[in-house]
Design a protein around this ligand. Structure first.
Ligand code: XMP
Length: 514
């Protein structure tokens, strides 16, 4: 596999995953570990370089996250970012104190182009600052190699020891040449050659999966979402007919989605895999009948999904491996990657069936960030519309129909959503908006159509811009587009006489309605 590793030691900063992603964008494999990681363990991993992240603390305060001086004596190149830079200075004998002026946001910075970090970076550029402490005196052996009007040490270096400190955040896109700076560190300072490439990864992963699985049988729950699709195709390339994919259509998918998934992965599709589609709509509607409470609905959908999957698995008989679509952010979020082999038991719809008889779980995407999963998908020839799909929740339309679910309501929301998606794509907005969909409110109101009084449902349109889906803003869609969508929905979807646009950001709202 890839031989070069750069490790990120996490001091609790909000951008820890971003640092690792940017390094990987430079074609260097990177993993995140806690700042508490043992030096012996670090040495064992033989990293080509170490990056210390930002963090919310003040390094001079009692009990603040720190690191051993010996870390800087191992001969491994180290780059400290923000808090990481301050810790480096503090531990090595510099001074860090509260800054007279807090710097936050885009800031002009002057860099020394002779520094290995700033090679091919303009002398005057823009960086992203976010700090209340500053380095007032560098540690012995360090020279200042960047400053801003408020910050005398925006970067410092000790090239002979291969130690570098940057006060700002090169990992944030607002730092114009940030990726270049990280690339300079991993190539110019650490001497990496860049062996992390998705095409090679796919080939190596296929080999590794073949070795691991041998002649065993593998079962995969396929939802048609990006992660499970990529995992399924990767396994199919590796082991062909030893893999069986079970696709449960719970009747809460988007319009035509079940058929689309079957067209790609089913017997007439592009892949040679055992594909089982279970049409379980009735079963789900029955269980959901009369249930209004969102959490109860989610639980029923998750539970029923597992039961259906389990029944199919039993028909197949004994399997050796079960596939899970865990990706690297899940690993990091469930307890700092690599420290313990955390197996996330809840993925997408609801978790793993506990009565399926299998030996081991396979998580073929465990090392990858979402954008890397997409790259792997493209390498594997999965159609772009599947690879760049917007997220779709496991409980599906079940949480986009407020209140009780029935087949009639599903039809309404499917048709309205299909029109909305079509018009957004026609307007060329589909790439600019991160998630958009129609939901069915439980509200009915009086309207007039032709000369007739109507008493029908209101459909709500949602569209958000977001990076991490933890916070989101309502997207600004041109009024003319919204009007076209409204007219079409009211004309074409029976049972709807009102269309509303949701302006709520997250927080206080959530992206979904339930
Ligand atoms: P919320 O509504 O919490 O959604 O702001 C944030 C993101 O998560 C998706 N989402 C889910 N995905 N199972 C999933 O697989 C779920 O139960 C679920 N609930 C929300 C949602 O679509 C959005 O992208």
């Amino acid at each position: 596999m890839h031989k070069e590793l750069v490790i990120v030691l996490d001091f609790g900063g909000q951008y820890n995953q971003l640092v690792a992603r940017r390094v990987r964008e430079c074609n260097v494999y990177c993993e995140i570990y806690s700042y508490k990681t043992d030096l012996a363990k670090i040495q064992e991993m033989r990293p080509k370089g170490i990056i210390l992240t930002g963090g919310p603390n003040s390094c001079y305060e009692e009990g603040a996250p720190a690191c051993d001086k010996a870390l800087f004596k191992m001969g491994i190149p180290i780059l400290g970012l923000c808090y990481g830079a301050q810790v480096m200075m503090h531990v090595l004998g510099g001074t860090v104190e509260k800054a007279p002026v807090r710097e936050y946001g885009k800031t002009n910075v002057h860099v020394n182009p002779l520094s290995a970090l700033f090679s091919d970076v303009p002398e005057d550029t823009v960086c992203w600052m976010s700090h209340f402490d500053y380095i007032s005196k560098t540690a012995p052996g360090f020279d200042v190699c960047a400053h801003t009007s408020e910050c005398p040490v925006a970067a410092a270096e000790n090239p002979s020891e291969k130690l570098y400190a940057i006060q700002f955040h090169p990992e944030v896109l607002h730092t114009q040449y940030g990726t270049k700076m990280l690339s300079n560190f991993v190539y110019n300072v650490c001497g990496c050659s860049g062996d992390w490439r998705m095409d090679a990864y796919v080939e190596q992963q296929i080999e590794a999966l073949r070795d691991k699985i041998g002649s065993g049988r593998v079962l995969c729950a396929l939802s048609g979402g990006v992660d499970s699709s990529v995992a399924a195709v990767l396994l199919s390339k590796a082991i062909g007919s030893q893999l069986t994919c079970v696709f449960v259509d719970h009747g809460l998918l988007r319009k035509n989605e079940g058929d689309e998934v079957e067209a790609v992965f089913g017997p007439d599709g592009d892949y040679d895999l055992n594909f089982i589609r279970v049409n379980a709509q009735e079963r789900f509607y029955e269980k959901l009948s009369g249930v209004e409470e969102p959490e109860a609905k989610r639980k029923i959908i998750g539970e029923e999904f597992i039961r259906v999957f389990e029944q199919e698995a039993k028909k197949i008989g004994k399997v050796d491996f079960l596939v899970q679509g865990t990706i690297y952010p899940d690993v990091v979020e469930s307890g700092l990657g690599g420290e313990s082999a955390v197996i996330k038991s809840h993925h997408n719809v609801g978790g793993l069936p506990d009565t399926v008889d299998f030996k081991e779980i396979i998580e073929p995407l465990r090392d990858l960030f979402k954008d890397e999963v997409r790259k792997v998908g493209l390498e594997l020839g999965i159609p772009e519309y599947l690879v760049f799909r917007q997220p779709f929740p496991g409980p599906g339309l079940g949480i986009r129909i407020i209140g009780e679910i029935n087949a009639e309501k599903v039809r309404i929301v499917q048709d309205a959503d299909a029109i909305y998606r079509e018009e957004i794509a026609k307007a060329g907005l589909d790439k600019a908006i991160n998630q958009y969909f129609a939901a069915l409110t439980n509200m009915r109101s009086v309207g007039v159509m032709g000369d007739e009084r109507t008493y029908d449902y209101a459909v709500a349109l949602r569209a958000v811009k977001t990076i991490d889906f933890m916070t989101a803003e309502s997207a600004e869609i041109p009024f003319s587009v919204l009007q076209t969508v409204m007219t079409r929905i009211i004309n074409e979807v029976r049972g709807v006489n009102r269309v509303l646009y949701d302006l709520t950001s997250k927080p206080p709202g959530t992206i979904e309605f339930e």
